[in-house]
Design a protein around this ligand. Sequence first.
Ligand code: NAI
Length: 449
Amino acid sequence: MADRYLRLAGTAPGRFLTRRVGLPQPAALMRWTAERPSLDGAVVRVVAGEVVAERVGPAEPVDPPVEPYAAVVLDATGIAEVGGLRAVRTSLGPLVRGLARCGRVVVLGAGAGGGAEAGAGPGGRDAAGAGAGDVEQAAVQEALAGFVRSLGKEIGGGRTVQLVRVAPGAALDSTLDFLLSPKSAYVSGQVIEVGPALRQPEVSGRRRTALVTGAARGIGESVAATLAREGAHVACLDVPGSGDALTAVAARLDGTALPLDITASDAGERIAAALDRLGGGLDVLVHNAGITRDRRFTHMDEDRWDAVLDVNLGSVLRTTGYLLKAGVLNDHGRIVATASIAGIAGNAGQTNYAASKAGIIGFVRSLAADPALRERGVTVNAVAPGFIETEMTAAVPFLIREAGRRLNSLGQGGRPVDVAETVAWLAATGSGGVNGQVVRVCGQSLLGA
Ligand code: NAI
């Protein structure tokens, strides 16, 4: 659905008018294309006040780096005292002023000892047994999250701000590559933990196989296309009724169409059989299929309740359970499920939907901590989209749709590809240290923030 306001605000008279009356100023976001795969300008890194040029787009580094910068990375992992936070202002302040439109700020904080391990504070310490220094370090490291979320809200111009908590030995490259690229255009205000890779991946030239549910249209279609771009053979699953659309998507991506209702009692067996025909097992499992059946709770009938809980949550638990038990998911497998900011913030009229999506977050956090899966190098993460322009949101009443689009730091809705790029990062072989994370793709929506 066209966002006419975004188009208007992108023109010179529109910019003038919207500024005069104090309306939001959404910037046209720079997204990844094959012709323009990286941000323009210097990526500058600041460690303890010292500024170094890391990379300059596709060109050679220039020292000192020249404005406008494409991105600024502040290493704040060593900050352990309140006084140390001063360096955030003194070293980042001047650089942020020189940041290009659609530029990136990434703050590196101290992370826990390993991905989804619950209860451990920064540096892997447990609050119960912490000394005074540990408590101060935990406090100032948490302060970084408040800083990042606030800067994200005021920085404007399509710029994004994230905190990455880095555990010792973290496999950080794939995460930084994503966050410092146009692929993360609609991700902002996130706190992401990265640990060491659960298991070192064996080097193999084998083509990976991915399964994407709900792939006939919307976000799922874009996820399938993005994983295919990254080299995977994609099995595209959708309801039999999606017929020609599903066949066309699978054909375009040189993938395999799998017409199947994911709520069918034998869905796991049928997916396993289809993957068996392809050979080589499954490397990436993306649970994307989802429905809404909105009603106020007092008018919520059994059909709406059951359908949403079954498609969005029950089928995810059943199929994952079956595929894991049947040994279909390969070592170093990636499971990415689709939550929603409604599952974090709640939403009037969506008790069934929000419950199902919060359930997805519980599923991801619990499964990510499973020792047997960790041992096999299998990661489990979720994306939580905000307002994404699809047929699902086109059906939302006008005023609610406008609010959904504007009530975020980037002042606009996201596109399916924004979610797809995030899924592709989580699904990448290099993302073995990203586990148990719920990454919001919402332009830093005010809902649930
Ligand atoms: P969509 O309605 O455009 O596409 C969903 C796809 O899932 C459709 O092709 C549909 O046929 C398929 N599907 C539904 N039930 C199925 C079943 N029983 N078996 C197999 N396939 C089935 O939705 P959209 O917007 O692309 O959403 C994709 C996912 O993202 C959903 O899980 C949704 O809840 C989630 N999401 C979307 C947001 C948005 O703003 N569009 C916001 C937050 C979450």
